[in-house]
Design a protein around this ligand. Structure first.
Ligand code: UD1
Ligand code: CA
Length: 461
């Protein structure tokens, strides 16, 4: 294989995004768009990758810290040609060919880059540009060719004549150039265009001036060339990415009822025979869902571990939570950070759980708040139970032992500890510890008085 390094352009602000975040860090399926470009380059077999940073350089460097790439700073940002020039230092002794990629084309595939390298090599090319023929070329540089099919020049939308704009073959923003030729041609660029920038695309004209043929590597799936310049482009590419990720899960044995309305982030792992209903959103690359689980409609899951045969019922939200084997959660449950639900537990409707563990087989079936608590195994939490964990200043802990039964509408005023095998009477407000094997009731005795004539509810005739 030909010796090949890569430069990825990521210094631009992305003015058209109208954002305080630089463009290449905008996320697609939970991951910055530039990471997809870097993956494709690596998977194509390229080891030496230089990322040109500028706008929010520190942030880009930090987010890509574990990507095994080097960085060069482009300051100020004077265009794509100037960006590549900034990488001269890191490639000055490099004799091979350089693959240049824009950081805003995340759909480009490694297999396509691989084929482009092969194409470049087999033609003995010194400069190859990836092109695509698209229905609406608006915003892209147009490819102007000679009769022989070689590229004469690339003209940007804003600098193009009416006639040139009709060209539907566009510059995808991927180039393969012999290193020494690249850095020679770059010195000749001038910012004489509508934006006053140094355009990388002008190296094509310069190569032609030297009689060097410029080859077009045309791709068939034009969506791969989709560049992200606006939020609308971001939405389009996100959609394509979610569809592709869903396809991978389906191929791996996950049932997704409607991939078009299911959003599973990059990196999420899902086990065999799990069924995912429409409207589900699963975020956080650390999320794991086990085998034979069921995730019902409109569930939101973020950075969770959900183990085999768990059921997450309609409309629940789970964030940084563990749900163990065979447990059932929802409908409409809210599991917040550090909720740890044991095996075969049942968390029912309108139950909120935060920083609380429930032992195996415990149940909180209806209308309950459990916060800062440690609940044992086989505990029944009655409807309407509340752990009063906050005194206005600090959070306090509630502990309930194994096999205890909590009646409906109980408040635990924390800090408080209930032993094992206890019964707490319905409607009690528990403020003191309860030892193992006891019954605790705090409610007032029921009193009954006869009503006098004219008192009580009016009875409509
Ligand atoms: C560029 C191409 C256009 C092509 C399109 C493909 C030029 C002049 N035009 O246009 O022909 O059809 O990509 O998507 O190259 N960048 C820097 N430093 C800069 C300016 C940009 O690093 O000074 C980076 C950006 O961060 C971005 C990439 O280069 O990742 C492309 O820049 P962008 O402004 O989006 O170029 P386009 O107008 O899309
Ligand atoms: Ca672009």
């Amino acid at each position: 294989m030909m010796d090949c390094a890569a430069i990825v352009l990521a210094a631009g602000k992305g003015t058209r995004m109208k954002s305080s975040l630089c463009k290449v860090l905008h996320e697609i399926a939970g991951r910055p768009m530039i990471s997809y470009v870097l993956d494709s380059a690596k998977d194509a077999g390229i080891e030496k990758i230089c990322v040109v940073v500028g706008h929010q350089a520190d942030r880009v460097r930090e987010i890509l810290a574990d990507q095994n790439v080097s960085f060069e700073l482009q300051e100020p940002q004077l265009g794509t040609g100037h960006a590549v020039e900034s990488a001269r230092k890191s490639l000055k002794d490099y004799q091979g060919h350089v693959l240049i990629l824009c950081g805003d084309i995340p759909l480009v595939r490694s297999s396509t880059l691989r084929s482009m390298i092969d194409f470049h090599e087999s033609n003995g090319s010194r400069l190859t540009v990836m092109t695509a023929t698209v229905e609406s070329p608006y915003g892209y540089g147009r490819i102007l060719k000679s009769e022989t099919g070689l590229i004469k020049s690339i003209v940007e939308e804003r600098d193009a004549s009416e006639l040139e704009r009709r060209t539907k073959e566009i510059n995808a923003g991927v180039y393969l150039v012999e290193s020494s030729l690249l850095f020679k041609l770059l010195t000749r660029l001038r910012p004489n265009n509508s934006q006053g920038e140094y355009y990388l695309t002008d190296i094509v004209t310069e190569a032609n001036n030297d009689g060097i043929p410029v080859y077009a590597y045309s791709i068939t799936d034009f969506s791969e060339a989709s560049g992200i310049n606006s939020r609308a482009d971001l939405a389009y590419v996100s959609k394509r990415t979610f569809e592709a990720l869903a396809r991978d899960h389906m191929l791996a044995g996950v049932t997704i009822i409607d991939p078009g309305t299911t959003y599973i982030d990059w990196g999420v792992r899902i086990g065999l025979d799990t069924v995912i209903w429409p409207g589900v959103v699963i975020t956080g690359s650390s999320t794991i869902i086990g085998e034979r689980c069921s995730i019902e409609p409109h569930v939101f899951i973020s950075s969770c571990q959900i183990l085999d045969e768990a059921k997450i019922l309609l409309g629940s939200r789970l964030n940084q939570t563990l749900v163990s084997e065979g447990a059932s959660v929802g409908p409409m449950a809210h599991l917040r950070p550090d909720a740890r639900i044991g095996k075969k537990c049942k968390i029912g409707n309108f139950v909120e759980v935060k920083k609380t563990s429930l032992g195996d087989g415990s149940k909180a079936s209806h209308l309950t708040y459990l916060g800062d608590s440690e609940i044992g195994a086989n505990v029944n939490i009655g409807c309407g139970t509340i752990t009063c964990n906050y005194d206005g200043r600090n959070k306090h802990k509630t502990t309930i032992g194994d096999n205890s039964f909590v009646g409906s509408d109980v408040q635990f005023v924390a800090p408080v500890t209930i032993g094992q095998g206890c019964v707490i009477g319905a409607g009690s407000t528990i403020t003191k510890d309860v030892p193992d094997g006891s019954l605790a009731v705090t409610r007032a005795k029921q009193k009954v008085y006869p009503l006098r004539l004219g008192q009580g509810p009016k009875i409509e005739k």
